[in-house]
Write a protein that binds this ligand. Structure first.
Ligand code: C2E
Ligand code: MG
Ligand code: MG
Ligand code: MG
Length: 280
């Protein structure tokens, strides 16, 4: 392909390419350092039960406190971490940190408070992942029921048979499992019924517009989840109207900036200590 562009174009092309490769290598090296050098931070976004208004758990969301660029959101580094394999040590760090937070909460918070952690495809595919997770839980004396693993719908449908095997092993350990970004992938209903998951997380995109089409889909997903005996949580809830809609349609839980954005572990502990609730 490059040959047909002629000599000069080819040189231009490779100069551009090496620029991109160079940037990638820089990012990869600095992310590697960040993982080892304590530049990562874990934030927590509360999840609230709609009936009681109480916080039932929180999702752990990683941030990179970059020495020059400040606090970076996952979109800036998770894709590179996934491509390079750095997601495995990064994911390990997240799991350990989440378990340490649960250990810290012990005594002050409800004993059934759940912290959920996002799992990358590559982590799920690791043969030793289940044993490894069991070890992390043991070291931090965390009950498996207090950890929830979020796996995206598209990740699951990428290779459903393989995903089924991994999820079955994880479920046998006792951890909770949820399908993240639900509605954006193409779930086969027969798989959905077989996956040993506890929760469906409806993707934020279905809430953003409150037109009729989206309302119909939301209603259908909630009904589907309930008929499969799953809990249904809506993510990205920002407004009173969205909350009212979800209450009307019997959604179980919400997560979103309306109640609270992702906060530091100290702020989360403070919210738990004050028993901060969603007003009814
Ligand atoms: P996700 O798992 O779907 O997480 C929800 C995202 O929606 C978070 O973005 C959260 O801050 C954002 N969000 C929640 N409520 C609202 C709201 O009311 N309005 C708006 N506009 N946004 C809201 P965040 O923290 O930037 O994370 C983005 C994605 O990065 C996550 O999507 C997840 O896929 C990935 N990610 C985050 N932490 C980790 C991690 O530790 N490991 C892996 N593998 N992926 C992670
Ligand atoms: Mg998630
Ligand atoms: Mg999500
Ligand atoms: Mg999402």
């Amino acid at each position: 392909h490059a040959k047909s562009l002629g000599k000069n174009n080819c040189q231009f092309y490779s100069a551009q390419l090496s620029q991109v490769v160079h940037q990638r290598l820089l990012l990869e090296a600095s992310l590697g350092r960040a993982i080892r050098g304590h530049e990562l931070l874990l934030y927590y976004q509360p999840k609230v039960d709609l009936r009681s208004g109480r916080m039932i758990g929180a999702e752990a969301l990683v941030r990179w406190n970059h020495p020059e660029q400040g606090l970076l959101a996952p979109a800036n580094f998770i894709p590179v971490a996934e491509q390079t394999g750095l997601i495995v040590p990064l994911g390990d760090w997240v799991l350990c940190e989440a378990c340490a937070a649960l250990q810290q909460l012990r005594g002050s918070g409800p004993s059934d408070f759940v912290i959920s952690v996002n799992l990358a495809a590559r982590q799920l595919r690791q043969r030793e992942f289940v044993a490894h997770l069991a070890e992390i839980l043991k070291v931090h004396e965390v009950a498996p029921e207090q950890i929830e693993l979020e796996v995206t719908e598209s990740q699951l449908m990428d290779n459903p048979a393989e995903a089924m095997e991994a999820l079955t092993d994880l479920k046998a350990m006792g951890v909770r499992l949820s399908i993240d970004d639900f509605g954006t992938g193409y779930s086969s209903l027969s798989y959905l019924q077989k996956f040993p998951v506890d929760v469906i997380k409806i993707d934020r995109s279905f809430l953003v517009k409150s037109d009729d089409d989206h309302a119909v889909i939301m209603r259908a997903i909630i009904a589907l989840g309930h008929s499969l005996k799953l809990k249904v949580i809506a993510e990205g809830v920002e407004t009173q109207d969205q909350l009212a809609f979800l209450r009307d349609h019997d959604c179980d839980q919400i997560q979103g900036n309306y109640f609270s954005p992702a906060v530091s572990s100290v702020a989360l502990q403070d919210m738990i200590a004050r028993d901060t609730r969603l007003p009814s």
